[in-house]
Design a protein around this ligand. Structure first.
Ligand code: G3P
Length: 205
């Protein structure tokens, strides 16, 4: 399972790239806002940190299809190389995913809470979907189970879309999505730190 870092902080990303086998970076508007620098400057700097073979999944903030498409095109103009545009899988988001994927943008359908959303995003042309594991755990009870269902449906129906599990609050959730067959997971720097340390209390983890 590929492991990406979910962050917009330059020094955290640099330090993780230096110390762990990181497979890419995901970020979102809230993480970028937390850095208190202009969005464009921050996102460009993050892309520049990464070698081209490592992807950056960068999220747009538009509310309707037209706004999402405009922002996706801005990101495409600002960022060189290996970039996936994260679009929330809402009704408007699905319209944008469909149109942008026809124009060969690489799309990650994000804010996925159900298998139905994941299948719709895949049918619309997304290359990845990002189920929010901890938020599903909190709201419906089984984030890893949802990941397993999505992986199974993609395989059963031959979708090329991959699962990039997101939203983790503890190590057990990450191990659960690995067991569920998630292709990838995006993990906060704090949780990466815990994954890389030895637990005195639960040696199996
Ligand atoms: O990348 C996942 C993130 O957008 C949602 O995670 O921690 O806010 O539930 P969280």
């Amino acid at each position: 399972m590929k492991m990406l870092v979910d962050s917009a902080n330059i020094s955290e990303i640099e330090s993780l790239l230096d110390s762990l086998p990181i497979d890419g970076v995901t970020t979102n508007p809230a993480l970028i806002a937390g850095e208190k620098r202009p969005f464009k400057q921050q996102i460009k700097e993050i892309r520049r940190l990464l070698p081209d073979h490592l992807p950056l999944h960068a999220q747009i903030i538009g509310k309707d299809c037209a706004g999402m498409m405009e922002q996706a095109k801005d990101l495409h103009d600002w960022l060189d190389g290996n970039v996936w545009i994260k679009i929330p899988v809402t009704k408007e988001g699905l319209r944008a995913i469909q149109q942008l994927s026809k124009e060969n943008f690489r799309i990650t359908g994000t804010a996925v809470y159900t298998a139905a959303q994941a299948v719709l995003a895949a049918k619309a042309g997304a290359g990845y979907v990002a189920p929010y594991v901890n938020r599903i755990d909190n709201e419906f009870g089984d984030g890893a189970g949802t990941v397993k269902t999505i992986v199974g449906l993609f395989s059963m129906y031959g979708f090329h879309c991959k699962v990039l599990a997101a939203s983790f609050k503890h190590k057990g959730q990450i191990l659960s999505v690995m067991e569920a067959g998630s292709h990838e997971a995006t993990i906060s720097p704090a949780l990466f730190g815990k994954l890389a340390s030895i637990s005195r209390y639960r040696p199996g983890y």
